[in-house]
Design a protein around this ligand. Structure first.
Ligand code: 13P
Length: 613
């Protein structure tokens, strides 16, 4: 345990969530947020949530305490009867934030501590003039045993003030969030990365973390790193502590030391040794780690407008936007789903809708600890040269849409190519074209830090044998991986979604689960590269229980070099529709039916050894 005296300002940050119906915050050029609101007498801005929290040095103090040290803020204003805090306001709408800060930050006064601490910590919130800096340097000169930790930021380092060099020379640890030329290792805080010397670790921040002011988030990171170094952890561990602290802090609280320790356990693999490649562990690989978790699967709740209309009409449910919202809400609010699901794929409309409490569905799902995904293909279109066959469209606008979906919280995407089996189809042309498009989609997703699920589907509805299914699936997968390889798609950040190999639904002899398990496993093992992150199955319109039994048999034919799990739409959701058809208002029964399918499929997954033969 060490004593630390913190030099800096305490801010009082008030986060106000605006009602998004009446105003929007838009991103302008250079990512500058703009509030679009009618500033005239006839309007008032309404908000429905407010959080006030102490930032700046107060956060630094909290973090040092969490690590078991004894921090104190020099001239701590919170100890006064009438605290002299810097007030700042953060207006948020959905996942955008507009920060209102005073134009002139308060000066930070340095009062020499009576009892010399182990460390002086000049935080990011410090606003020191030459007098204060000179006093600090003098103090350190007299008290040679006091160590110095220095945060250099734009604020503390306007155009390289001369005295900064003295402080730098005296520092035992330097932290910075600006490009900084020095021979010594420093903790560098980038937008998506932390590095120290040649070590680096990527950050994966949720939209909620991103609402935090830069001062708060960088203060958290810096303090956690420094506190951990002071505690005797090496820089590797300190980077992981800092990462865990920012990724798991909310606007008002940070995890306990024990919780942080649990989070970083066995995470040494996250550390990179080459800062010249700041994203040496790409974000997609980190997302995949959270998606491919033993015993859990992915819900495809992403039926397009057309598909949901058909479903609803067949069940006598009105196809209206609010009904569709309520319908999706039934799945997302089913108690306990995060025990079974790591991801939920949404359709564009759903990703823009809100839960009953006003959170967007992606936000609502993230808050459950489930990753929101998004269907990004725009449906099927006949291939001009082979009009009985289809290709999947949507590539031309994909980049822009992915950037928006990322901002909305999506971290993985899905693109489906469908192949109907007849005597003459699928043709080589249809296979080539669709696999090229799938691979191109995957590449664009990864450029946007979104994990691509590539989904070639041999359509179950058809009159063909299990052997034909296996042959056609093999052909498609061979082509698909050839194309992915050609475009250098990172397979460690990519997931295959595929049909099980089985006879078409109109073939006279239906495949047994044992057969499906054996044949599907054989095909996949022969073709799918070991380094792929995972394989997930679609249900394809099989009977609900048939999908589960077939999945269980496939798993029995493992182990596989990748995680294998379910990503069903119909086999998880049809029982819910059936229940609503009979008793539309009986939502708990519908949710019970959903949970039953989740449990059965979890059971089918058995106890796979994580991803390895
Ligand atoms: P099914 O499980 O209903 O086949 O749907 C999976 C899917 O996501 C199709 O694109």
């Amino acid at each position: 345990m060490s004593t630390i005296n913190i030099i800096g300002n305490v801010t009082r940050d008030t986060y106000i969530t605006l009602d998004s119906h009446q105003s929007t915050i838009e991103k302008g050029r250079y990512d500058t947020p703009w509030l679009t609101a009618p500033f005239d007498d006839s309007h008032s801005l309404k908000y429905f949530n407010e959080i006030t929290t102490l930032g700046g040095s107060a956060i630094t103090q909290d973090i040092f305490s969490i690590f078991g040290h004894e921090p104190a803020i020099i001239n701590d204003p919170t100890m006064d009867d009438e605290p002299d805090l810097t007030d700042r306001y953060i207006l948020t709408v959905d996942n955008h934030a507009l920060h209102l800060f005073p134009t002139t930050p308060k000066q930070t006064i340095f009062t020499a501590p009576v009892n010399p601490p182990d460390y002086l910590y000049i935080g990011r919130s410090a606003n020191l003039d030459i007098t204060a800096v000179t006093s600090i340097i003098n103090y350190l000169h007299i008290h040679q045993n006091v160590k110095l930790i220095l945060f250099i930021s734009k604020r503390t380092n306007p155009s390289g003030r001369p005295y900064e060099n003295d402080l730098l020379a005296r520092s035992d640890l330097i932290i910075s969030d600006i490009e900084f030329n020095t021979e010594r290792p420093i903790l560098y805080i980038g937008k998506n990365i932390l590095s120290y010397g040649s070590l680096s670790v990527p950050l994966s921040l949720t939209p909620k973390n991103r609402l935090m002011t830069t001062l708060s988030s960088h203060s958290l990171i810096a303090a956690a790193f420094a506190a951990s170094m002071i505690s005797g952890h090496g820089p590797k561990q300190a980077l992981l502590f800092a990462k865990a602290t920012i990724e798991h802090s909310t606007l008002i609280a940070s995890p306990s030391y024990n919780k942080l320790k649990d989070i970083i356990m066995d995470q040494d693999y996250l550390i990179q040794n080459d800062t010249s490649k700041p994203n040496a562990i790409p974000e997609v690989e980190l997302t995949v780690e959270r998606l491919m978790v033993p015993g859990k699967g992915i819900l495809a709740a992403d039926e397009s407008g057309g598909s949901i209309k058909k479903k609803f009409e067949a069940a006598g449910i009105p196809d209206e936007e609010e009904v569709r919202r309520t319908y999706r809400n039934i799945f997302f609010t089913t108690p306990g789903i995060s025990e079974y699901l790591t991801g939920i794929i949404l359709f564009d409309e759903t990703a823009r809708q809100k839960s009953d409490d006003g959170r967007t569905f992606p936000q609502f799902i993230s808050d459950l600890g489930i990753i929101p995904g998004i269907k990004v293909d725009l449906g099927l279109e006949p291939i001009p040269e082979s009009p009985d066959e289809n290709y999947t469209k949507g590539l031309d606008t994909l980049g822009d849409r992915l950037a928006e979906y990322y901002d909305m919280g999506a971290r993985f995407a899905k693109w489906r190519a469908a192949f109907n089996v007849t005597n003459s189809t699928p043709s080589e042309l249809a296979i080539d074209k669709n696999c090229e498009i799938l691979a191109e989609y995957a590449k664009i997703c990864q450029e946007h830090n979104i994990v691509p699920i590539v989904e070639p589907e041999v359509v179950h509805d058809g009159d063909y044998t299990i052997r034909a299914s296996a042959e056609i699936t093999s052909k498609i997968l061979n082509k698909l991986f050839e194309q992915l390889e050609q475009r250098s798609v990172n397979l460690k950040g990519c997931i295959l979604k595929v049909n099980m190999c089985l006879a078409g639904s109109r073939y006279e002899i239906q495949s047994s689960a044992a057969e499906v398990g054996r044949v599907t496993a054989e095909v996949l093992k022969a073709i799918v590269p070991d380094k792929l992150a995972g394989v997930v199955f679609l249900s394809g319109g099989q009977e609900v229980e048939q999908s589960t039994n077939n999945l269980a048999e496939i798993i029995k034919n493992g182990p596989f070099p990748w995680y294998v799990t379910f990503s069903f739409a119909r086999a998880l959701q049809d029982p819910v529709i059936d229940t609503l058809k009979n008793i539309p208002e009986n939502i708990p029964v519908a949710q019970g039916a959903f949970l039953e399918r989740l449990k059965a499929n979890q059971l089918a997954l058995g106890h796979q050894e994580p991803g390895k033969e």
